[in-house]
Structures are given as structure tokens and as C-alpha cells.
Design a protein around this ligand. Structure first.
Ligand SMILES: *[C@@H]1O[C@H](CO)[C@@H](O)[C@H](O)[C@H]1NC(C)=O
Ligand SMILES: *[C@@H]1O[C@H](CO)[C@@H](O)[C@H](O)[C@H]1NC(C)=O
Ligand SMILES: *[C@@H]1O[C@H](CO)[C@@H](O)[C@H](O)[C@H]1NC(C)=O
Ligand SMILES: *[C@@H]1O[C@H](CO)[C@@H](O)[C@H](O)[C@H]1NC(C)=O
Length: 134
């Protein structure tokens, strides 16, 4: 399934190589006009998980998605599909209260959030629970 991306693997980091070595629990074929946040929201995969699983395949700003390529959405045994889409005026505290998750779980699953929690933005999809098999 990933033969088309073989050249990407050659230049990829160790982490990306492990991405190809791991089993994908879910995959998705990129459509014209897709953006990472749109895929995240529609497929229930967090921003962070999508970035980690596709490290070396998709660039950091998600500007090089190419149509008709198949990307992995999660690794077997580490795939979390319980997500929440951040909305206007959300705060980490408010989300924690509303969904009954504490700060440990929140930051463990969303390590890209800074300590002040001022870098969440509308449309970013986040995972609320420890990675678990699905
Ligand atoms: C994403 O999660 C929502 C809410 O649980 C569910 O209704 C929907 O079917 C899920 N979509 C996919 C692609 O798994
Ligand atoms: C996208 O960018 C990443 C990171 O620079 C690179 O490793 C990958 O090969 C690129 N993918 C495509 C399809 O150009
Ligand atoms: C993607 O696949 C569709 C259907 O096979 C085709 O019409 C389209 O031209 C392809 N797009 C690219 C960028 O290869
Ligand atoms: C959050 O919950 C987890 C699991 O129940 C627990 O291990 C952790 O200590 C809690 N963290 C805080 C800040 O309460």
C-alpha cells in the first residue's frame, strides 16, 4: 500500500521509518482539496496523532498533501479515535471540566499544547484519552 511513497521513506527520519514498519490500524486516501485539520475532524484522529504517524510523509505545516496517496491514520495498539474539535473561546480548563479529563491526560495526549494553553485554535482536533487499542 505504501510503495508509492517509497522515495519518501528513503529520505525519512528513523521515526518515519518506524511509521512504515508499524501496522496501520486505519488509512485514508487523500482527496483533492484536503487539509490536515479536515481529515482529522472527519476521520476522528487528533492533530498530534496525524502528525506523528505521518512524520516524514507530510511536512510540519501540512502543505504537501498529494491527492490519491494513502496515508496512515493510526498505529495498531496506539490509535485513539476519541477526539474533540476545539471551538472559539475554548480554554483547556473548560474542556477538561466539560469532558472530565484532567491536565495529565490532556497534555499526555496533546503534547503540542503549551503550558499556558494559549496555542489551541479553532478546528484543531485533539485526543482526550490515553492511546488505546480500537
Ligand atoms: C467520528 O466520531 C463520531 C462521534 O463519535 C461518529 O459519529 C463518526 O461516525 C466517526 N467517524 C469516523 C469516520 O469514524
Ligand atoms: C512532504 O514533506 C516531508 C517533509 O519535508 C517530506 O519528507 C515528504 O517527502 C514530502 N512529501 C511529498 C509527497 O512531497
Ligand atoms: C486521482 O484519482 C482520480 C480518480 O482515479 C483521478 O481522476 C485524478 O486525476 C487523480 N488525481 C491525481 C492528482 O492524480
Ligand atoms: C489524572 O488522572 C490520571 C489517571 O486517573 C492520574 O494518574 C493522574 O495523577 C491525574 N492527574 C492529575 C493532575 O490529577
Amino acid at each position: 500500500m505504501f510503495k508509492a511513497l517509497a522515495s519518501a521513506v528513503l529520505v525519512a527520519s528513523l521515526m518515519a521509518q518506524s511509521a512504515f514498519a508499524a501496522d496501520c490500524s486505519r488509512s485514508y486516501t487523500v482527496q483533492d482539496g484536503d487539509i490536515c485539520d479536515g481529515i482529522s475532524a472527519a476521520q476522528n484522529v487528533s492533530t498530534y496523532q496525524l502528525a506523528v504517524v505521518n512524520n516524514g510523509v507530510i511536512d510540519n505545516s501540512c502543505s504537501n498533501l498529494s491527492s490519491n496517496t494513502t496515508i496512515c491514520l493510526g498505529w495498531t495498539g496506539e490509535d485513539c479515535s476519541t477526539t474533540y474539535t476545539v471551538e472559539e473561546d475554548d480554554t483547556c480548563e473548560g474542556i477538561q471540566t466539560a469532558y472530565g479529563v484532567n491536565s495529565t491526560i490532556l497534555y499526555l495526549n496533546n503534547p503540542q499544547i503549551n503550558e499556558e494553553c494559549d496555542n489551541i485554535y479553532i478546528g484543531e482536533v485533539r485526543v482526550w484519552f490515553i492511546f488505546s487499542s480500537v
